[in-house]
Design a protein around this ligand. Structure first.
Ligand SMILES: Cc1cc2nc3c(=O)[nH]c(=O)nc-3n(C[C@H](O)[C@H](O)[C@H](O)COP(=O)(O)OP(=O)(O)OC[C@H]3O[C@@H](n4cnc5c(N)ncnc54)[C@H](O)[C@@H]3O)c2cc1C
Length: 418
């Protein structure tokens, strides 16, 4: 098992760390001030000028689209500038994603943010040449943004076979009807690409009933009904929306990989995407622990620094232990994805359960040490906690992933029982 980055991965990691420290961190609070101002003037649903400047600098440094996978993204990595001409393994990308996860804006600066990176991977792995030209290339240039429309308000969407919205083939078109929600990214003014999952053949095998279809955002019948707050936050400029699709017609050539292949594609899309979430959450937990320690040694109550009160030292130690364990767990899943691909499915589910909860707990500890300040905007902790909490739902809730882990574990003993 090899969990260290290659020399190229390590070099990119060093450059990303340097870029974050010298280019992003110094202007991060300015970015949020600009966003607050844009929000106040009702103009926050677009890429702010400061973000464009940061993206241009990152691209000029070759720190762009770093998520592109080895063996799939090489042509595009070379074409759109970036990782020295080839995609990275998951083990190479893990420490880089961790660094970007410390900051709320860094993934966007490097064009490595969800859901665009996951949607780009769908097109990369399953898209036709025409689909790649029309949608993947502008995504990799950040000239458009995208959303992934799977979850529906009317059905329990942790069971993807439940999806009721329809994508019916009629001649050389597909007709789409239904309602989706929690469509991340759909609020952005540049969100032109919707990847929609719908029921296309109710009589087929349950894993062959659904199709993945490209729906241009501007197609007649697509309506963003509302943007959803997550515990009061709208997550501008991307947000999470409810989208109604009424008699939306797109050409049959917009179906990705052909009708009935949505489940296969969703597996391919969500595997790396889930690992990327976990990698970034390690960085977020590290940041929270750093803030907790700085606060605990610099503030005094009852005549002692906070760090020496109650069980705070133990809590800090437990956070360090939990983060280090989590990092190794994620690297193990990354290595399995690189070397065993589909058989890594249970390892991906393991980390999808373990890491968001670990991050939520570490951030919660850091919040407690910060007292009331933690709930204000003066510290990034409340937003960090919310993010970790939300990821316990996004890409499948904890229980569904526990089900996968249990299935693999129990399968080892099925023979022994009989
Ligand atoms: C911030 C955020 C962003 C999101 N972004 C997107 C996006 O871009 N695109 C998209 O399509 N969706 C997105 N989602 C939706 C997310 O993927 C769904 O919320 C998730 O899959 C769960 O579906 P559901 O909400 O319908 O919950 P339900 O299916 O109704 O499940 C509710 C609860 O039931 C329990 N449960 C479910 N299955 C089991 C089981 N097998 N065993 C035990 N208990 C179980 C769990 O406690 C679960 O939380 C996002 C969600 C959030 C919060």
């Amino acid at each position: 098992m090899l969990l260290s980055p290659s020399p190229r991965g390590a070099d990119l990691g060093t450059r990303v760390r340097e870029f974050i420290a010298t280019v992003i961190t110094p202007v991060e609070s300015q970015y949020f001030a600009d966003l607050a101002q844009a929000r106040a003037s009702g103009n926050a649903w677009k890429t702010l000028p400061l973000m464009r400047q940061l993206q241009e600098k990152a691209r000029a440094e070759g720190l762009w689209n770093l998520f592109l996978p080895a063996g799939h993204g090489d042509e595009y990595a070379a074409k759109f500038g970036t990782t020295g001409g080839a995609g990275l393994t998951n083990v190479d990308y893990a420490p880089i994603a961790e660094l970007t996860g410390r900051s709320f804006i860094a993934p966007h600066v490097f064009n490595c943010n969800a859901p665009d990176s996951g949607n780009a991977e769908v097109l990369l792995r399953y898209g036709s040449e025409g689909q790649k030209r029309q949608w993947l290339e502008p995504l990799l240039q950040a000239s458009i943004r995208s959303a992934f429309l799977m979850t529906e308000p009317g059905v329990a969407s942790s069971d993807a076979t439940n999806m009721q919205a329809t994508a019916i083939v009629e001649g050389d078109h597909v007709v789409i009807n239904g309602c989706k929600w929690w469509s991340t990214g759909v609020g952005h003014a540049d969100c032109e690409l919707l990847i929609f999952m719908g029921l296309s053949d109710p009589n087929a095998h349950k894993y062959l009933r659904h199709s993945m279809v490209i729906v241009p955002r501007s197609t007649a019948g697509v309506e963003v009904v509302r943007m959803l707050p997550t515990m009061g936050w709208y997550d501008e400029p991307h947000g999470h929306g409810e989208v109604r699709l009424t008699d939306v017609r797109v050409p049959l050539s917009n179906v990705i990989a052909g009708p009935g292949r949505a489940f296969e594609i969703a597996q391919g899309r969500l595997g790396p995407g889930r690992v990327h979430h976990c990698m970034r959450l390690i960085g977020l937990a590290e940041h929270a622990l750093e803030l907790a320690c700085r606060r605990a040694v610099s503030r005094t109550a009852f005549g002692k620094p906070l760090v020496n009160l109650g069980g705070n030292r133990e809590r800090i130690a437990d956070a360090r232990i939990a983060i280090n364990q989590a990092r190794l767990h994620v690297l193990h899943a990354a290595w399995l994805l690189d070397t065993h691909n589909l058989s890594a499915i249970n390892a991906v589910s393991e980390i999808k359960v373990a890491i968001p909860t670990m991050a939520q707990n570490v951030i919660d500890m850091a919040m407690q040490i910060h007292g009331g300040a933690s709930l204000s905007d003066d510290f990034p902790l409340a937003a960090a906690w919310l993010h970790a909490r939300a990821i316990r739902f996004a890409d499948g809730p904890d229980e569904v992933h526990r089900g996968v882990v249990a299935r693999f574990e129990i399968a080892k003993y099925r023979g022994a029982e009989s």
